[in-house]
Design a protein around this ligand. Structure first.
Ligand code: NAP
Length: 271
């Protein structure tokens, strides 16, 4: 595809961003739809200067990743409701110079779960209370699930539970809980510690559906355990692709090639 004076620029800001899959999937979508745009990765630490650059250069849209998802909020012109509730922005839309912050992480998680399982009226145990947990918890709550939070640091889990109207249990009790769904939002099991799981084998029978937000490796130990126990398994890559696809829709108003984006990201991870 030709890059010329009409080429629109999009990107991801974070620190670090070296391992991001977003340039791969977003550029694939632009190319497949014949949209004259490119998406680049920007490793930045000075957030306000970066946003001044976005305004000055007319960058059309941003993905926002760790550690800027919360700190970016006061620097934007408008924050959409779910992003405000979650307390994190992962998407910026440049609307003729006004920077609108929104969040698609929660939607990515919800779409990934809905593809295989149910949410409304079901109960879910969420492991963790960090950024990913907040997106998953607010999303599940919005869709009508009952939520139980367990976090290594109890007080942080309790604070999140109070915020969304959920139950909280001490981390030591996660082996005793029986719920429809389990979502791991901790990094336990992430490469290079791929032989770790937050739960022992015998406990996975307590759940019908297990989602791991970790996607390196694609099939975590937790998901292998869940598969053996006969659970519906949802991997973290689906969440990642669906949140990216939602960003693409917001930026372009067009439907991205979600299946191709997923296949490309999967092939990249398997390499
Ligand atoms: P975060 O804000 O730093 O939160 C991490 C959470 O995990 C905290 O609740 C922390 O508990 C808990 N934790 C960390 N190490 C633990 C351990 N060894 N045992 C038990 N709990 C532990 O991080 P985050 O942004 O939420 O990211 C967490 C994970 O989600 C990462 O693996 C990331 O790859 C994944 N993620 C996936 C997607 C996706 O699209 N698939 C999107 C975002 C994040 P304390 O409060 O006690 O520290």
């Amino acid at each position: 595809m030709r890059i010329d004076t009409a080429t629109a620029l999009y990107g991801i800001i974070g620190h670090p961003v070296k391992h991001s899959l977003s340039p791969l999937i977003q550029n694939l979508a632009f190319k497949q739809l014949g949209i004259n745009a490119v998406y680049l990765a920007f490793d930045i630490t000075d957030l306000s200067s970066a946003l001044a650059g976005v305004r000055a250069l007319g960058i059309k849209g941003l993905s926002v990743t760790i550690p800027h998802k919360t700190d970016i909020i006061p620097l934007l012109d408008e924050i959409e409701g779910m992003a405000k509730a979650i307390g994190a922005v992962n998407t910026v839309i440049n609307k003729e110079g006004r920077l609108l912050g929104t969040n698609t992480d929660w939607l990515g998680a919800i779409l990934a779960i809905k593809e295989k399982g149910e949410i409304a009226g079901k109960d879910y145990l969420i492991l963790g209370a960090g950024g990913a947990a907040r997106a998953v918890a607010f999303g599940l709550k919005k869709e009508g699930a009952e939520i139980v939070i367990a976090n290594r640091t109890y007080e942080k889990g309790k604070a999140l539970a109070e915020e969304i109207g959920a139950k909280v249990i001490p981390w030591e009790r996660i082996r005793k809980v029986k719920t429809y769904g389990l979502v791991n939002t901790t990094p336990v099991g992430m490469w290079p510690e791929t032989e770790k799981s937050p739960l022992p084998d015998e406990v996975l029978g307590n759940f019908s559906l297990v989602m791991d937000t970790v996607y390196r490796p694609l099939e975590t130990k937790l998901l292998r355990q869940a598969q053996k126990a006969g659970c519906i398994c949802v991997d973290g890559l689906k969440m990642l692709i669906y949140q990216g696809a939602a960003q693409f829709r917001l930026w372009t108003g067009q439907e991205p090639p979600v299946e191709e984006m997923f296949k490309a990201a999967k092939a990249f991870l398997e390499e």
